[in-house]
Design a protein around this ligand. Structure first.
Ligand SMILES: C[S@@+](CC[C@H](N)C(=O)[O-])C[C@H]1O[C@@H](n2cnc3c(N)ncnc32)[C@H](O)[C@@H]1O
Ligand code: SF4
Length: 449
């Protein structure tokens, strides 16, 4: 039970809607009290946590891009680091080997090669990474590997896309974000309708049957008609999935624009998009970001689907990658600096390249899992019970009562489903599942960034 008044917590969450999203914790320092610093202790924590798992997912991060888009929040390098791709691959392979000693033959139920832009690497480099992962780990036969590209690379380098299919990747995702040339120019991102069309043609020719396109909303100079035009364009490309990302401003070059983007604006954009996509056969419950044309297919990669629904532990490798074990949360070197130096140094010393690692109490692990669940707009109660051995409805008794009274949630088929009204106020709903400490932190925050 929380000591904080739930109505006040809700109101504050709404006010801070730019940060009360699926990314938990609220700030890089929120979990400081749980931080482990000693090298040997870190290793022991990894061993003892991973030992208890039967299965997990893997994520590998590639921090290179053609250039850095001004809206981007990810770990992407620039300057001299840009030319250190081969050194990066060598270091990454060492990290993959270090984890092999701990993960051993545990089942791998999901894998994403993400970024940045993984296809910015040479085909041969991607192949070395993929082969090393398969040599070291026990991939479940049903696990489908997923990879990200930009449309420019998919359009200009068919051979590379074909090679990815031949390596075993079966889902591919590319960002279009917006087709508005003025916005693209302002964000420093290359793109044109010709490129997108050729990219899709190449992806199809290579054999991919699971293609996702990312679109973004919540930009200051993006009106509703503009967003609709992008949606309609993406639908015509006929991918299996379309994913909508509301722009997160924290840590981006356009952070100053955030305060002028209202909740009303983003809610309207999402609502229209949901209607348009559903009419075009791209289905998703209200509030979910990934829309799928395929029946019984969430549209997200195995890695993300299992993270969101089951809270499946995952290990992230590469610059700035995040790992969430049963009871720890870690960020690799580079998460804050977006530079390679410390990542390389730690690996060359034979240490795990971890920047921050926190041994989580149960309340924090629960908050982390539930914040991510809002990506799909529901909580699977059996999955929660299985992950924590706790009955959801008892643990969050007061919070559930509060949300039911407001008409923000309902229970169906052993799921807590966030209603349309709940989704429009989701920034106030998510903090209901925060730990006591994070609630107090939220109440104290006055400036968004
Ligand atoms: C790693 S990127 C995708 C692959 C590739 N680099 C590209 O841009 O085409 C994953 C997606 O995250 C989304 N994204 C990037 N910056 C974001 C931000 N600040 N907030 C929310 N989503 C963001 C974009 O839609 C992007 O396509
Ligand atoms: S949006 Fe994609 S291409 Fe642009 S900087 Fe981010 S990861 Fe790189």
């Amino acid at each position: 039970m929380k000591t904080i008044n739930l109505e006040e917590l809700y109101q504050k969450g709404i006010k801070m809607h730019h940060i009360t999203n699926t990314a938990y914790p609220l700030t890089p320092t929120s979990l400081m009290r749980y931080k482990i610093k000693d090298k040997e202790e870190i290793k022991q924590l990894l061993i003892s946590d991973i030992e208890k798992l039967d299965s997990l997912a893997l994520y590998v991060h590639v921090p290179f891009c053609q250039s850095r888009c001004r809206f981007c929040e990810y770990a992407v390098v620039s300057g001299d680091d840009y030319d250190k791709k081969e050194e990066y691959v060598t270091a990454l392979l060492k990290e993959i080997d270090m984890y092999q000693e701990i993960i051993k033959d545990k089942k791998i139920l999901g894998f994403d090669l993400g970024g940045g832009t993984p296809t910015q690497l040479e085909t041969e480099q991607i192949k070395r990474i993929t082969e090393r992962l398969h040599k070291n780990f026990n991939f479940d036969k049903k696990t489908e590997m997923s990879i990200e590209t930009t449309p420019v690379i998919a359009a200009k380098n068919y051979e590379k896309i074909k090679a990815l299919y031949d390596m075993g990747y079966r889902r591919i995702s590319m960002g279009i974000q917006t087709i508005n040339p003025v916005l693209l120019e302002a964000f420093g991102r290359e793109g044109s309708n010709n490129i997108y069309k050729t990219a899709i043609e190449n992806i199809r020719k290579a054999g991919f049957k699971k293609v996702n396109v990312d679109l973004m909303y919540g930009f200051l100079n993006q009106d509703l008609d503009d967003f609709k035009a992008t949606l309609e364009y993406a639908i015509k490309l006929n991918p299996e999935y379309i994913t909508l990302y509301r722009n997160r401003y924290k840590g981006t070059k356009i952070v100053k624009e955030a305060e002028q983007v209202t909740l009303e604006k983003v809610n309207n954009q999402y609502k229209e998009a949901h209607r348009i996509l559903n009419e075009a056969g791209y289905l998703a419950p209200f509030g979910k970001n990934t829309f799928s044309k395929l029946p019984n297919d969430e549209g997200t990669s195995d890695y993300l689907t299992k993270r969101v629904i089951e809270g499946l532990p995952y290990i992230g490798m590469g610059l700035g990658a995040q790992s969430f074990g049963r009871q720890y949360l870690a960020y690799n070197e580079g998460a804050s600096t977006k530079t390679l130096k410390n990542y390389f140094n730690k690996i060359n010393n034979g240490d795990f390249p971890i920047q921050d690692i926190y041994k989580l109490p149960e309340s924090e692990a629960i908050a982390k899992m539930l914040s991510v669940a809002f990506y799909f707009a529901f909580v699977d109660l059996s999955a929660f019970q299985k992950r924590f051995n706790i009955a959801f409805k008892e643990y969050f008794k007061e919070e559930i009562e509060f949300l039911l009274n407001k008409g923000f949630i309902e229970f169906k088929e052993n799921k807590m489903i966030v209603t349309e009204k709940g989704i429009e106020n989701v920034g106030g709903v998510i903090p209901m599942f925060y730990s006591e400490e994070s609630c107090k932190e939220l109440m104290k925050i006055n400036k968004i960034f």
